[in-house]
Write a protein that binds this ligand. Sequence first.
Ligand code: IMP
Ligand code: MG
Length: 187
Amino acid sequence: MTELLKINGDIFEIFITEEQIRGRIKELAARISDDYAGRIPIFIGVLNGSFIFLSDLIREISVDCEIDFFKLSSYGDAKISSGQVKLLKDLNCQVSGRDIIVVEDIVDSGLSIAFTKKIIEKENPKSLKFVSLLLKKGIPKIDFAVDYVGFEIPSDFVIGYGLDYAQKVRNLKSIYRLSPQGTVKPE
Ligand code: IMP
Ligand code: MG
């Protein structure tokens, strides 16, 4: 496993390893499976970032379940949020009367998850809960709880395991964060 990565002149350091992610997902999945015993929840992944987390999470879920996807965009290619959320792909499933679990890669400003909540609540689900692999501590401006959180992290920019930097590096198996060593000086 590479400890340091240099991308677009920025240095990223290993932050959460593959093994740590796998272990935490097992714990989250066990809790969710217990909480949803006898029900058939629909896991709704928020594209693009959540697709790897969602696929690993549902393989640890022991109750019957369905999946669907939303596609939202707020970051563009930047390291900070544009502050605007756009719906790029709507749901296909019937939400009304169903147990919905929204799956996010990370909750940063909280704008995306708040937007998602509004859209889903309009469709009258039987229940609605949120799971996010990462939650940036103290940052999200939301007035509701994220029900299942993998890791609470500081507000650093992180990449890998689905999270992109200008659309790339989603395929990294571990999560890396922007190193305090910062930006590489031009040689
Ligand atoms: P929000 O600011 O909570 O609305 O987060 C919006 C989306 O931006 C998240 O679902 C991620 O896909 C992406 N995002 C937020 N923080 C990071 C980060 O540190 N690295 C990469 N993507 C991020
Ligand atoms: Mg996302």
